[in-house]
Design a protein around this ligand. Sequence first.
Ligand code: PRP
Ligand code: GLN
Ligand code: MG
Length: 513
Amino acid sequence: MCGITALLLADHNLMASPELHEGLGMLQHRGQDAAGIVTCGNKGRLYQIKGSGMVRDVFDQPKLEQLVGSMGVGHVRYPTAGSSSTSEAQPLYVNSPYGITFAHNGNLVNAAELREFLDHEAHRHINTDSDSELLLNIFANNLNKTGKSRINEEDIFTAIKGIFDVCHGGYACVAMIAGFGIIGFRDPHGIRPIGFAKRQSPKGTDYMFASESVVCDGCSFTDFEDLKPGEAVIVNKNLTVTRRELIPQPSFSPCIFEYVYFSRPDSIIDGISVYKCRLAMGEALADQVTKKLGPNMDVDVIIPVPDTSRVAALQTAYKLDITYREGFIKNRYIGRTFIMPGQAMRKKTVRRKFNAMSLEFAGKNVLIVDDSIVRGTTSREIVQMARDAGAKKVYLASCAPAIRYPNVYGIDMPSPHELVAYNKTEDEIAEALGADKVIFQTLEGLVASCQKFSPHIKSWDASVFDGKYISGNVDEKYLKHLEGLRADHNKGVVEDLQSPETLGLYNFNLQLK
Ligand SMILES: O=P(O)(O)OC[C@H]1O[C@H](OP(=O)(O)OP(=O)(O)O)[C@H](O)[C@@H]1O
Ligand SMILES: NC(=O)CC[C@H](N)C(=O)O
Ligand SMILES: [Mg+2]
């Protein structure tokens, strides 16, 4: 999952970079590998700072001051294609036509086909293994077909419709055309989230796009609206907003994992409060716990795995009328582990990140609640820590069902063999994690927890739970190919091969020193 944002200020004498930077800080939980901002000055010149690491590693005050201009785009990255090399940090840029910068959240499932088309037919040079570079070049190629020296909104809508026709997978995108304005669009299934909001200022209305509403809230924008599946919104530098649904009958299937784990609880995505969904997941989980452990269960205390499971775990405890306690203390300076690259780093980090307080575990039967169990990295360590802290019995409950299938739409889970639940029964999973029992949410329970707040959403991308992929182009052959490219044990090999020429065309990382 990546985070994207774009901002256009009504007052052309102000700078967009400070708020883009703040916005990226609020999206940090969506990507920790790289961050970047590109702004556009009044003469149509672009200014870029991007590099590997967290937002705080890439930017400082002097750098932000170099990013002049009242409009810009920003990105935080969690790679799902290519490598974590700095050369694939976003936003990406092509000078022809018109000077386009681009930021993408999601993943394409027909990247190989697009790459071939761009090479053989469009004759566009692709410099990295990033699928986002392909999306950008399809957009550029479509815009180029106008043959015009200056384009208008119609041309942009036609170019985006052209993307929808050929690019399959999950994609929420923002773009900026130099001297023209900013654009947001969302794939025809609306798998990945994006919305936009406005703010009155003395010179007119400012506009902001963001992956999550929390960014717009935090920057005092109001009237946040999600983009519809297959919709594009253009805000030009004269502050005219034009929006169009480019797919007549889109099939809306937003990613349900946004509600389980990815999004911040204080975001409203597609009209649904993530916080409320997590409370509902906690309640539904309580029913499963009762079913599996019986109404007279021997659980003394419920303990969440910080951070994401807290909201749901509290509600599970409330519904079961069992004491809730924060037994694991998390080091607040260590980021999310699931989105870190490589199993070795994830494992090491989990161990350093948590500390179990014996006074909450010693001599007790504990029910540990997490939002999801994916590779089992967290659960394995947590269960052991609970035992080391003196727990008698350790039950483990997950607010999401067992994850048994890869994700292909922007979450880096490319290999079923890395998933702890793959090909295992619940008892086998419990054994693998060292728990006395594991209890999973049912898929019906999860869907109902989100659906109750969103009767307008009839279908969800729940592919990691049920193996049903909404877009075309996902078959056994593709899944094998993806696993070959991106499974943890292969990723290292690919990255080594690319090294050391991963500096990127503009050597932007040299500016960072
Ligand atoms: O089974 P695993 O492969 O370990 O993945 C699942 C765990 O990873 C996530 O936590 P993370 O530390 O990324 O973020 P959080 O602090 O938001 O909970 C998630 O909340 C689970 O705890
Ligand atoms: N997680 C994402 O959204 C990743 C975007 C894009 N596929 C990349 O790897 O950069
Ligand atoms: Mg967690």
